[in-house]
Design a binder for this molecule. Structure first.
Ligand SMILES: Cc1cc2nc3c(=O)[nH]c(=O)nc-3n(C[C@H](O)[C@H](O)[C@H](O)COP(=O)(O)OP(=O)(O)OC[C@H]3O[C@@H](n4cnc5c(N)ncnc54)[C@H](O)[C@@H]3O)c2cc1C
Length: 373
């Protein structure tokens, strides 16, 4: 396939070895992606290998034991992983989001503790979304009541990716009517409810957790605001870009190999296929540049990072769905078979736009800003 020209937003040369490493891991991950989708097993080996290769801590600042790598490199690494196995990439992103959030928002002692646990290979997950709250995952409606050593939560959190393997959960709840965040160690007051029989991203195993008088210890409450970028808003657009790239490659492989009997030529020679593929390719390039700019803003510690991430997420989510839908059209009946990657990319492509902030919530925020009096 024609390759895109070099981007002004490419990873710095000194960090390219991380991208090479991600590409060699991704090659292996891609070999197991269809099986993991079929069985909906956690990709535990993939996650362990990412940890062993140093990826878990690489974007932490040096003061927390990391390499302080650029967020532009993070985007490129995440795209590579999502192209190979989007469930692995999603759990890894959520793991980093929870862990880095706890390192950056905790007091000094907890910050050191969580950074050391991350470096030791412990796993983190976000228990933020509430069944009734939907997209408002940062504005919990469930209140925790005060007790001697903290607060007690009765309630539920939904779609907690990778929760079955988590050693720590980032949990939020209302405390004195304001959202508060805690880093908790799961105990037997938590019950995992296996709701996750999903259409796409099946190996993320994003289950429901009920909290039955669970202690949110005062000593594990997040006490700081931080200017450090969080991996999740920066990374979500790149998850969709990886799925879109995989879908485009599956489309190309089918279109170039399928011979149409009436013409004796490959499907790729048909003008409608060329036109539609060109349109999606150009949209994908635009989405990649926009996501790259968001990562670059994160590298500048710009306050525009989060607003830009909504725009980048919206475009990347929509492009992934559009490319994957074109794949189904071009793939015909062959692409509709379970043995084809085309149908898997189509199912996986739906998830990005559903994950908070959903495409519609992004549109609402961007539109409100544009049309404000
Ligand atoms: C694969 C996957 C993994 C996830 N992983 C995690 C995780 O690890 N941790 C976690 O805490 N959560 C996770 N989530 C939850 C996710 O991020 C969202 O918080 C959750 O999916 C939103 O709730 P809902 O699906 O019930 O949608 P709802 O918010 O009920 O949305 C339903 C519809 O209403 C629209 N809508 C809702 N609010 C608005 C609004 N204000 N303006 C316009 N339209 C609106 C939405 O766009 C959508 O079309 C995950 C979700 C998925 C699908």
């Amino acid at each position: 396939m024609r390759s895109a020209p070099p981007s002004p937003l490419a990873p710095p040369a000194a960090e390219l070895s991380w991208l090479d490493l991600a590409e060699s891991l991704a090659e292996e991950f891609a070999r197991h992606a269809a099986r993991l989708d079929e069985t909906a097993e956690l990709p535990s080996d993939n996650l362990r290998r990412l940890h062993e290769a140093g990826f878990d801590t690489a974007w932490l600042p040096a003061e927390h034991g990391g390499q302080g790598l650029s967020w532009v490199t993070f985007g490129a690494v995440l795209t590579t992983l999502a192209r190979a196995c989007p469930s692995t990439a999603t759990i890894w992103l959520m793991h980093l989001g929870a862990a880095y959030g706890l390192v950056h928002m905790s007091d000094d002692a907890n910050s050191r503790f969580f950074a050391a646990e991350l470096a030791a290979g412990k796993r983190f997950a976000n228990a933020l979304s509430e069944p009734t709250g939907g997209n408002l995952f940062l504005l919990p409606s469930q209140a925790a009541r005060p007790v001697a050593d903290g607060f007690v939560l009765d309630g539920a959190k939904r779609f907690v990716s990778g929760c079955e393997a988590a050693d720590y959960l980032l949990v939020n709840a209302l405390v004195d009517d304001v959202p508060a965040f805690f880093g908790i160690t799961p105990d037997d007051t938590l019950t995992l409810v296996p709701i996750w029989d999903s259409v796409g991203l099946r190996a993320t195993r994003s289950q429901l957790i009920t909290f039955n008088s669970t202690l949110l210890p005062a000593g594990r409450r997040c006490v700081r605001l931080t200017d450090e970028p969080n991996p999740i808003p920066v990374g979500l657009p790149f998850l969709s870009l990886g799925v879109a790239e995989a879908a485009l490659e599956a489309l190309r492989a089918h279109a170039t190999s399928r011979i149409i009997p009436t013409t004796g030529e490959p499907l790729a020679g048909m003008q409608w296929v060329q036109f539609a593929t060109a349109t999606e390719y150009v949209k994908l390039r635009a989405a990649t540049l926009l996501a790259g700019q968001t990562a670059w803003l994160a590298d500048q510690r710009s306050p525009l990072t989060n607003p830009s991430s909504l725009e980048a997420k919206l475009l990347a989510n929509e492009v992934a769905k559009d490319v994957a839908a074109l794949g189904v059209k071009v793939g015909g009946g062959s692409g509709f078979l379970r043995s084809s990657p085309i149908q898997r990319h189509f199912r996986d492509a739906q998830a990005g736009a559903l994950m908070a902030y959903s495409a519609e919530v992004c549109q609402a925020e961007i539109g409100k800003g544009l049309l404000a009096p």
